[in-house]
Design a protein around this ligand. Structure first.
Ligand SMILES: NC(=O)c1ccc[n+]([C@@H]2O[C@H](COP(=O)([O-])OP(=O)(O)OC[C@H]3O[C@@H](n4cnc5c(N)ncnc54)[C@H](OP(=O)(O)O)[C@@H]3O)[C@@H](O)[C@H]2O)c1
Length: 300
């Protein structure tokens, strides 16, 4: 395919994320002046997982660049459960903390769901508490997971219509598949959610006007699973070893073949990934403004 034709089809997540951050930076500046303090994000990092350290470093830098204060709390991998519980309670009560993020995965001895559920739902900037998932399911206001929010922003930016369209979501995790399906449903798409037990997956995918692949299976979605003219959102990021000993990041979609069929497609990397951190910043700012407005109302 000619380069010019292909580049028109590629969804540029880096560019859209940059726009989101630039708009946010202005809003953060104005709100900081208005309320007399910066929004604050607490990031809890446990253990020595190199990928987690990189993600956290990127999040802290991203906060700084838009004017959000970050508080990094680091603990050894053998930290006991009670200490982590106490940290979450302390952050819930801290008036300078608007968002709490616990970097996953946690070491195996810590119960992830139990710990996440302790986060105050109004500071839950990853949108992973049952209360926020419930709010999303009901169509209420809340804080929702960043990657699905990023996907919705990309679709909006590229003016992809979803109302009345067949959307197929591959994956049903709380982090990506379920929340993005609920967000698309709220926009009047006809949503099919697939998973590892779905029968006739290629045929189901071929019905999709919009195909969201979030299953973590590198290049599982073949070019001929994509309907002509479909929009393909590839959420997958799996690090795979190359024959020459190097490694690279692979999406869930066979990009070259799928891009020949799709009208729009996200690359990996550079598609959905950059949007996730941008939306974490948006969520932190949202939590800050909601809390500031509530504090103002309770005073008046
Ligand atoms: N770019 C980003 O910012 C970002 C953010 C989050 C996640 N990700 C990536 O997105 C991918 C999904 O993440 P996740 O957290 O949702 O993963 P997950 O919790 O492992 O969920 C994967 C989902 O895919 C389904 N699945 C697995 N193998 C399948 C198969 N062969 N056919 C059909 N469905 C299959 C699973 O089905 P069952 O439920 O039946 O097991 C499950 O629902 C990963 O590659 C992850 O790294 C990227």
């Amino acid at each position: 395919m000619e380069q010019a034709v292909l580049s028109k089809k590629i969804i540029d997540g880096k560019l859209v994320a940059k726009e989101v951050r630039e708009d946010l930076q202005k809003e953060v500046l104005a709100a900081t002046e208005k309320y007399g303090r910066k929004p604050g994000l607490a990031v809890v990092l446990i253990g020595d997982n190199p990928a987690s350290h990189t993600y956290v470093k990127n999040k802290v830098t991203a906060c700084k660049n838009v004017g959000i204060e970050s508080f990094l709390l680091q603990y050894e991998k053998d930290v006991d459960e009670q200490t982590v519980i106490d940290i979450v309670h302390k952050l819930n009560a801290d008036p300078l903390v608007d968002g709490i993020l616990i970097q996953l995965p946690l070491p195996k001895h810590l119960p992830t769901q139990e710990i996440l559920s302790l986060i105050d739902s109004d500071k839950d900037v990853d949108g992973l508490t049952a209360i926020n998932l419930g709010r999303l399911a009901r169509g209420d206001e809340g804080l929702f997971p960043c990657t699905p929010m990023g996907i919705m922003r990309l679709l909006e930016h590229y003016k992809v219509p979803v109302k009345g369209k067949n959307v197929v979501v591959l994956g049903r995790s709380h982090l990506v598949g379920k929340p993005v399906a609920l967000m698309l449903l709220a926009k009047d798409a006809t949503v099919t959610i697939c998973h590892s037990k779905t029968a006739h997956l290629p045929e189901v995918c071929r019905q999709a006007d919009v195909l969201v692949a979030a299953c973590g299976q590198p290049e599982m979605v073949k070019g001929d699973w994509v309907k002509d003219g479909a929009v393909v959102i590839d959420v997958g990021t799996t690090r795979v070893e190359n024959a020459d000993g190097t490694s690279s990041l692979k999406g869930d979609v066979e990009f070259d073949k799928a891009s020949a069929k799709a009208s729009l497609i996200t690359p990996v990397p550079g598609g959905v990934g950059p949007m996730t951190i941008a939306l974490l910043l948006v969520n932190t700012f949202k939590s800050f403004t909601m809390r500031m407005q509530a504090a103002k109302q309770s005073k008046s």
